[in-house]
Ligand binder design. Sequence first.
Ligand SMILES: CC(=O)N[C@H]1[C@@H](OP(=O)(O)OP(=O)(O)OC[C@H]2O[C@@H](n3ccc(=O)[nH]c3=O)[C@H](O)[C@@H]2O)O[C@H](CO)[C@@H](O)[C@@H]1O[C@H](C)C(=O)N[C@@H](C)C(=O)N[C@H](CCC(=O)O)C(=O)O
Ligand SMILES: Nc1ncnc2c1ncn2[C@@H]1O[C@H](COP(=O)(O)OP(=O)(O)OP(=O)(O)O)[C@@H](O)[C@H]1O
Ligand SMILES: N[C@H](CCC[C@H](N)C(=O)O)C(=O)O
Ligand SMILES: [Mg+2]
Length: 488
Amino acid sequence: MKNLQDILYKVAIKQVFGVTNIDVNQIVFDSRKIEKNDVFIAQKGVQVDGHLYINKAIELGATAIVCEDFPSDKKEGITYIQVNDANVALAIMASNFYDNPSTKFQVVGVTGTNGKTTIASLLYQLFHKAGYKVGLLSTVKILVDETEFKATHTTPDSVTINKYLDMMLEAGVEYCFMEVSSHGIHQKRTEGLTFAGGIFTNLSHDHLDYHETFAEYRNVKKKFFDALPKSAFALTNIDDKNGNFMLQNTKAKKYSYALKTLADYKTRILEKQLSGTLIAVDGTEVWTKLIGVFNIYNLTAIIATAELLGLDNLEILTIVSQLESISGRFQYTISEDGITAIVDYAHTPDALKNVLETINDIRTNNENVITVVGCGGDRDKTKRPKMANIASQLSNQAIFTSDNPRTENAQTILDEMEVGVSPENYRKTLTVLDRRQAIKTACKMSKTGDIILIAGKGHENYQEINGVRTHFDDLEEVTNCFKQLKKN
Ligand SMILES: CC(=O)N[C@H]1[C@@H](OP(=O)(O)OP(=O)(O)OC[C@H]2O[C@@H](n3ccc(=O)[nH]c3=O)[C@H](O)[C@@H]2O)O[C@H](CO)[C@@H](O)[C@@H]1O[C@H](C)C(=O)N[C@@H](C)C(=O)N[C@H](CCC(=O)O)C(=O)O
Ligand SMILES: Nc1ncnc2c1ncn2[C@@H]1O[C@H](COP(=O)(O)OP(=O)(O)OP(=O)(O)O)[C@@H](O)[C@H]1O
Ligand SMILES: N[C@H](CCC[C@H](N)C(=O)O)C(=O)O
Ligand SMILES: [Mg+2]
């Protein structure tokens, strides 16, 4: 139980009806989860308006309501609090409820279109190997020291974030690395948190269904840096054309990293292979198992962050050479016949282009690159033709298939992808609706030395069709195909 007055500290309140000096059980924003003496926050969502569920919440036991508009029929004995922005109020209340855990240890946020999971997870690994207790909030999983929890979002809602930060504190965690998605910033899920630092990776096309324009998407990302406190560091990739823009109005101490431009932290690539990359950091040569120029950007951000958080330089570089790649990020397996299959979470045009360029860069002979790729349903439709164009342009064979059609018609998604293929590349493309069959087709079409890229799902272990998720794992599928082919 917490006193409502205490958890309302710093919330911009417009009007109060009833008493605030009462004890509340939990902060809940979904009426279906209300229990006795909870406080219900009514959010104006994307699908529905939470204000419609105020009375339902009261029926189930809510004693206090936080909302943007007062209902016309206020119930006796219930406290109503009117706020300007229910999402902000929720975030501040959630932080207060757990006694502001983010102020008590170092929380670092990573934002940008691609590379958030990679950077946050590798920072977790690095600090863990350096002997610290670490926390992670990522697309793939949540880690409280070594205990793993399932992630449902890249950036969870503010109650969930603070709940895990509190658990981390209890477990003696000193550093937490978390992904900060554009949806998260826009829906104020990270409002009220005190960050020790912020990292910008890059900005390219994604989520233009939600943010409508690229400028709006870019401005949302910038807001994360605008809100950083003076005590924090703000680290940006200045090789990215929006790198400087992100830090324009931040109060935090500004730092930059790059591979090309002059920057505070700079890395040079010396040698690229399928087994890893040789890099030079401040004149020291380091071998890393990570592959692809984009991953060297990620690594540079990681090295800079570890330094900014006070780790010893030599220790950082020693650990960097031991870092393991993240599940579903350029994860590869080689068949007995010498066919390489790479599973990668590239689900944006830029990521797909980077991964295919990396593959083309490291392949040593004239073997074929076969790409299996799809685009998610109920997501940015303008990505579809672009991704199909990139896949067909940069591969010898592109097989378009399904990737979580969700509530959309899977064939329609494929039709929308195909529109992006230039006429000279038509002959290199094929559509196979069923992802399992598409992977099988790729395996059958390949011969020794060929590289199969299976893009878009990475670590995901499901395929979502019409709201139903069934088990599906790209790596598992291709491994099975390899075994089958061997038998035949
Ligand atoms: C588009 C989007 O971001 N939606 C998020 C949003 O849901 P919503 O606005 O649709 O909610 P809604 O259904 O309209 O309901 C509005 C309010 O009424 C409440 N309600 C609703 C029904 C009811 O019976 N009672 C009730 O109280 C809801 O709890 C909610 O508070 O708020 C919910 C609660 O926090 C989120 O779970 C939900 O994430 C959905 C599931 C989602 O898929 N989000 C994705 C797009 C997302 O956030 N992705 C980013 C990563 C993107 C990336 O960078 O790649 C992420 O951070 O994960
Ligand atoms: N720095 C980078 N620049 C461009 N592409 C990258 C970078 N890092 C990773 N990628 C590509 O993007 C894919 C997704 O990487 P990652 O999961 O780290 O990104 P993310 O930002 O967490 O994505 P999400 O928005 O889904 O959480 C990778 O599989 C790889 O193809
Ligand atoms: N965070 C991204 C992941 C996309 C992954 C892809 N497999 C898909 O389902 O579209 C999103 O929710 O848009
Ligand atoms: Mg992620």
